[in-house]
Ligand binder design. Structure first.
Ligand SMILES: Cc1cc2nc3c(=O)[nH]c(=O)nc-3n(C[C@H](O)[C@H](O)[C@H](O)COP(=O)(O)OP(=O)(O)OC[C@H]3O[C@@H](n4cnc5c(N)ncnc54)[C@H](O)[C@@H]3O)c2cc1C
Length: 466
């Protein structure tokens, strides 16, 4: 074996070569990379994320191989795996970019202190956020709980310029690896995902470049309309770290300057979610407003199922849930509508929606998902007030006036036009017949009446201190 000890680059949610501080550090000596499937993680990726991860790891493995670096795969307890790797290769250092999920923070701290005692160099870096969550503080040194002042504070930071891809020196001796194929990460319904996405650093850059050319300018105008291609679709790339937020921030500012502020603000929401998760680690399962802890949620497996498969009888809700199932993505405006429908119309706990999104979104992200669900449910900080209850038909009229988005995902309503496409139950039998629709047979009646649901939700709200 070579005299020089190798380093280990532990890849996690930073599946890229450029602007990767842990990779920069590892590149100062021969190194190899490892991806560990942590089988203890309580928020292990869901099925759609598995698909993304599989593809992204394969792409990264190839890019590293082209530069003479091996990426190996191991499954199990990360501390034990790193200990084994150090024993097998006599590695002298471990590098990684930080994750901010509560479980990962505790795990990583434990690993760091173990290796410190063993005299193994162990260093972590910020490869994911514009600013570390603990660095942004209110005047009283506490966490922010309202977005606007947080956003102001964030903009006072200077974000470092992205790092280039360094010269890499691969460790020459093969390290035993499990087979990624044998991890069997493909979900049964992967076809729609294949048609929609191209995971990996290359695909992420193509997406970003397309957005820079065609999307940033009209972002503020188009972002709320689901039939428009009006947003960046970069969320899974950001979650898996195929692009860093710093790269996106700088590229967007460079090409569009201050005009890009409405888009950059959304990156600010991502930072805010991470800030909140860091300071309130119970956020993925517990309402931040204590008064919601005993909210009288319903238990209704049939209603939950109807929501999941897009058969609620509310076209915009159904379109969104079917888009989600087919593509692993769902437009932000429609996410708000379907989430509000679950929580307020069906009175089902927000955690049920959070779990479904976790399993089916390719961009499932603990911080963004939990904060957004609590925001919609009205039980988070700086949340949408619970008593503001979206009318799904009006949302549909406002944001998908011609029903273009609905027709794409709910083909049985193809022949129905506005205004009935937003509320087919209000159409006459004649109109329905002409459109080839038989309510209750070809398309469901609404599973709940809007006026009834609104009243019930407001009654339930009285149990909180709103
Ligand atoms: C109920 C609900 C659940 C959600 N779950 C997730 C999730 O699991 N993962 C996720 O990344 N986003 C989640 N979001 C936020 C948002 O819907 C998505 O980030 C956005 O739709 C992704 O599309 P885009 O990349 O085209 O976004 P763009 O509009 O192009 O925004 C750029 C980036 O900013 C970030 N961003 C945008 N909106 C938000 C937001 N409201 N909160 C936090 N970050 C934001 C994302 O990283 C996004 O990629 C959720 C929203 C709701 C209402």
């Amino acid at each position: 074996m070579s005299q020089e000890k190798p380093a280990i680059l532990w890849l996690r949610q930073d599946l890229r070569l450029a602007d990767n501080p842990a990779l920069q550090a590892a590149a100062n000596q021969p190194f190899f990379a490892v991806y560990i499937w942590d089988d203890q993680d309580p928020w292990a990726p869901g099925r759609a994320s598995h698909w993304w991860l599989h593809k992204s790891l394969n792409a990264l493995k190839q890019s590293l191989l082209e530069r003479g670096v091996q990426l190996i795969f191991r499954r199990g307890n990360p501390l034990n795996i790193l200990k084994n790797l150090i024993e097998e290769t006599k590695a002298g250092a471990v590098y990684w970019n930080r994750c901010y999920e509560p479980y990962a923070i505790n795990r990583d701290q434990e690993i760091k202190s173990y290796f410190k005692n063993e005299d193994i160099s162990c260093q972590s870096f910020n490869g994911s956020l514009l600013a570390e969550p603990w660095k942004i503080q209110t005047k009283t040194k506490g966490p922010y709980q309202v977005f606007t002042p947080f956003w102001k504070a964030l903009q006072n930071f200077t974000f470092p310029h992205p790092l280039p891809i360094p010269e890499l020196q691969g460790w020459k001796f093969p390290v035993a690896s499990e087979s990624l194929e044998e991890w069997r990460l493909h979900p049964a319904w992967g076809q729609g995902l294949e048609q929609t996405w191209q995971p990996g650093e290359k695909g992420a850059w193509e997406r970003l470049n397309r957005f820079l050319e065609e999307g940033v300018e009209a972002y503020a105008k188009k972002r709320d309309y689901p039939s428009e291609n009006g947003t960046s679709h970069l969320s899974p790339c950001l979650h898996w770290g195929e692009l860093s937020s710093t790269q996106i921030w700088h590229q967007v500012l460079l090409s569009h300057g201050i005009e890009a502020l409405p888009f950059l603000r959304q990156l600010g929401w991502r930072e805010f979610s991470y800030h909140l998760l860091f300071h309130f680690p119970e956020l993925p399962f517990k309402p931040l407003r204590v008064s919601f802890e005993h909210f009288p949620w319903e238990v209704d497996a049939d209603a939950l199922k109807a929501w999941q498969i897009g058969k609620t009888g509310y076209p915009l809700v159904d379109a969104g849930m079917r888009e989600l199932w087919h593509t692993g993505g769902i437009h932000n405006r429609v996410r708000m509508v379907v989430a509000s429908f679950l929580v307020k119309h069906l009175l089902l706990p927000w955690q049920k929606g959070e779990e479904w999104f976790w399993d089916t979104l390719v961009d499932a992200d603990l911080a963004n998902n939990a904060v957004s669900w609590q925001w919609v449910a009205g039980c988070g900080v700086d949340a949408a007030p619970y008593f503001r209850i979206f009318n799904p038909s009006l949302q549909s009229q406002k944001f998908d006036f011609k029903g273009t988005y609905i027709k794409r995902w709910v083909p049985e309503l193809q022949a129905l036009d506005s205004p009935y496409i937003h509320s087919p139950w209000q159409a006459s039998l004649e109109v329905l017949e002409m459109a080839g629709i038989k309510l209750g047979m070809t398309y469901p009646f609404p599973i709940v009446d809007h006026a009834f649901a609104r009243k019930r939700a407001l009654e339930a709200l009285k149990t909180t201190s709103y």
